[in-house]
Design a protein around this ligand. Structure first.
Ligand SMILES: CC(C)(COP(=O)(O)OP(=O)(O)OC[C@H]1O[C@@H](n2cnc3c(N)ncnc32)[C@H](O)[C@@H]1OP(=O)(O)O)[C@@H](O)C(=O)NCCC(=O)NCCS
Length: 167
């Protein structure tokens, strides 16, 4: 038997505002151990980026930060704070629209070799693995010492993968 969605099941997305910054910093510190992200040897101050927030019943339940450069639109962080009820997909749809509006030809992101849930999530949503950066996490750790040695499911955290969605 399925239950009809209630108001508390539904959520909306909106752009981040400057007032969100303390919350953004808390989320980044909680989920990424820092407001700094390091990938492909670059240090990115994620709390200074534009972003999208998912809100349910007045409470923020998801955050995606991104940056638009010559390389296209990069998803820098992407977190559901509310389990697996569609928040991640909704945020992804939101950033896809932003990227298209900005005239980008690609939406892309870096994830790590241990993150099999993310590899599953994005590949099921038409992203393709387009690059592999061997030992990149070992290098990133020199810049961001908070990166743990072990990742998801006890997989050693060592390499980066680049995924791309052609717009
Ligand atoms: C990636 C992420 C943002 C997706 O958000 P989400 O809200 O879970 O996404 P949705 O609810 O839209 O879809 C979840 C998918 O995971 C599946 N899922 C269900 N339970 C799950 C679980 N326990 N673990 C992982 N995936 C699960 C769902 O079935 C769904 O898959 P499908 O629709 O492809 O069949 C979220 O998992 C997350 O916060 N991950 C940790 C941070 C991260 O790795 N971010 C990506 C790199 S920046």
């Amino acid at each position: 038997m399925t239950t009809a969605p209630t108001a508390s099941d539904t959520f909306e997305i909106r752009d981040l505002t400057p007032e969100d910054k303390p919350w953004v910093q808390r989320v980044l510190n909680q989920y990424w151990a820092s407001t700094v992200q390091v990938s492909k040897g670059r240090k990115i101050q994620a709390d200074e980026l534009p972003g999208i927030v998912a809100v349910r019943a007045g409470d923020p339940v998801g955050l995606l930060t991104y940056q638009i450069t010559d390389e296209g639109c990069e998803i820098v962080t992407h977190n559901s704070l509310a389990g697996h009820g569609g928040v991640g997909s909704c945020l992804l749809a939101g950033v896809r629209t932003k990227a298209r509006e900005a005239g980008c030809e690609r939406l892309w992101l870096i994830t790590t070799n241990d993150n099999t849930p993310a590899l599953r999530f994005y590949q099921r949503r038409e992203f393709h693995i387009v690059d592999f950066y061997k030992d990149a996490v070992n290098e990133a750790r020199k810049i961001k010492s908070e990166i743990p040695d072990m990742g998801i499911d006890g997989i050693k955290l060592e390499h980066e993968l680049e995924l791309e969605y052609k717009l």
